[in-house]
Design a protein. Structure first.
Length: 497
């Protein structure tokens, strides 16, 4: 087939999505929560000391607990990016990960014979599903890893199980989401056996089951290639079964369909059910089991919607393309694009865009003196000025701060003891934090129990209004983003009032 130099659908997706996310989504990608700052602090410590910390770097509520840094390699990588190009380079890398992951979905579907128009639309829908949780944090590696797992399981190459060795060995040191990858392989194995029970070609399905079982064994062994051994598996098991996490952290809660950010997920579910209803045959059991698992996890936890978008949705799109009724009239628009796409070279146009974005990131987001990508912490999202004032005044004592500001405090004020380290907490931390922040009976005693000498809160939060009624606390600093409270009993310190 004669190739042309026209951008493929996957390239079009990447060269549009990656720059837009880099330039327009910089603050959202890096500062939607405080986790990036905490990961940067951890990565810097590992780079400086050449060892992984065994305990929390800041928390006084979980200080005695041993810590398993399941994302240590991600943290080192993010810290290296930050040292080289600051927030802009971190932003650029995250944006390219987004573009790559969803462009690969278009490539996957196209190589399976799907119409290029439907493949490109499916990639756009998958991006809409994952947009809410694509952030500059280790979880992004699990989104890509989950997609690659499905693509590998669908590969027709011989000894494809060998791919799972480097994938899961790397994944096990980047983020704990590798456990979801193992579940995906398990669903394929169960589906293969299920097809034999439903009267399918037993020789074919049993051969697939054996191959996928080998892939599972290779993947499990690969996850053991980490600094902690089986302790990593215990930590991940705790994280996925913890009721404290499930009930108290927003991203672990079920999606709220009254929230507009969850509208793409709701619409995709409706679209999926409608499309599957008109298909002429049932979905293969491996695909059905993966879809059911991904849907269950997405409905159970908001953070898993992105995983649904890169695992279940591509399989739904592939099944619809193959099982669409033959008598239906074909889509009459963009037929020339569908014809040309088959002759394009995937990646040809993406490479120069990658080079330009990396150069932009290394130049800290600036071109000819114009700042295209923000290179500072947003004072409206994080308490930059409040922390600077308290740090300059040398305010002593333990600090209580909102959960999503804990990471920034770890980064901006190293050594300051804080209530919640977002990288290491336990049930005691969760209960204590909830009791204070939600003003449960005895919340004042909880502050005394932990000998808190400084509270950093938002101006209109319930705790701020409650402290204003307390005679034992007084305002030390206030701006439009944050308020710093100090106990009246603590000797006054020079500084803002």
């Amino acid at each position: 087939m004669r190739r042309n130099a026209i951008p493929s659908g996957a390239d079009l997706f990447f060269i549009v999505a990656a720059p837009i996310k880099s330039i327009l989504g910089a603050v959202k990608l890096t500062q939607s929560d405080g986790d990036l700052a905490a990961h940067l602090r951890m990565g810097n410590v590992i780079l400086s000391t050449r060892h992984i910390p065994a305990h929390s770097l800041a928390s006084y509520t979980a200080a005695a607990d041993p810590m398993v840094a399941h994302a240590w390699l991600s943290e080192v990588f993010l810290a290296v990016l930050y040292r080289a190009g600051g927030l802009p380079l971190v932003t650029v890398f995250t944006a390219m990960m987004i573009g790559l992951t969803h462009a690969l979905i278009a490539v996957f579907l196209r190589r399976k014979g799907v119409d290029p128009r439907w493949a490109l639309l499916a990639a756009v829908i998958s991006l809409a599903l994952g947009a809410s949780h694509w952030l500059a944090r280790p979880h992004m590696f699990s989104i890509l890893g989950s997609a690659l797992t499905v693509f590998a399981l669908e590969s027709e190459r011989r000894r494809k199980y060998l791919f799972f060795l480097p994938l899961f060995a790397l994944w096990a040191n980047l983020h704990g989401g590798w456990a979801f990858g193992l579940l995906l392989i398990t669903m394929y194995i169960a589906g293969d056996f299920g097809e034999t029970l439903l009267g399918g070609d037993k020789r074919f399905w049993l051969a697939r089951a054996r191959e996928n079982a080998v892939a599972f064994a290779v993947a499990v062994l690969a996850t053991g290639l980490n600094p902690y051994g089986y302790r990593l598996h215990q930590e991940v098991l705790f994280a996925v079964t913890s009721s404290s996490l499930a009930n108290n952290i927003i991203e672990y809660l079920s999606p709220n369909f009254h929230d507009p950010t969850n509208l793409p997920f709701l619409l995709t579910l409706v679209l999926s059910f409608a499309l599957l209803a008109v298909c002429t045959r049932r979905m293969p059991l491996p695909w059905l089991f993966v879809t059911t698992l991904s849907l269950f996890l997405a409905l159970r936890s908001y953070r898993n919607v992105a995983l649904f978008g890169v695992t279940a949705w591509p399989l739904i799109a592939l099944h619809v393309a193959r099982a669409w009724p033959a008598h239906r009239r074909r889509f009459p628009l963009f037929t020339e694009f569908a014809r040309i796409d088959a002759q394009t070279r995937v990646g040809l146009w993406s490479i120069p865009v990658v080079v330009l974005l990396v150069l932009l990131g290394l130049n800290r987001g600036s071109v000819a003196g114009y700042q295209l990508i923000q290179d500072r912490w947003d004072r409206r999202r994080v308490p930059v000025d409040a922390v600077n004032a308290a740090k300059a005044a040398g305010l002593p004592g333990r600090l209580l701060t909102p959960w999503d500001w804990g990471g920034y405090l770890m980064y901006a004020w190293p050594g300051k003891p804080i209530h919640v380290d977002p990288l290491k907490f336990n049930d005691t931390t969760m209960r204590s934090y909830s009791k204070i922040w939600e003003l449960w009976p005895g919340w004042q005693d909880e502050l005394k129990r932990w000998q808190v000498q400084m509270v950093l809160s938002r101006p209109k939060e319930a705790l701020t209004l409650a402290l204003a009624r307390e005679r034992d606390w007084t305002v030390w600093y206030r701006d439009s983003t944050a308020v710093i409270w100090r106990p009246v009993s603590v000797p006054s310190t020079s500084g803002p009032r």
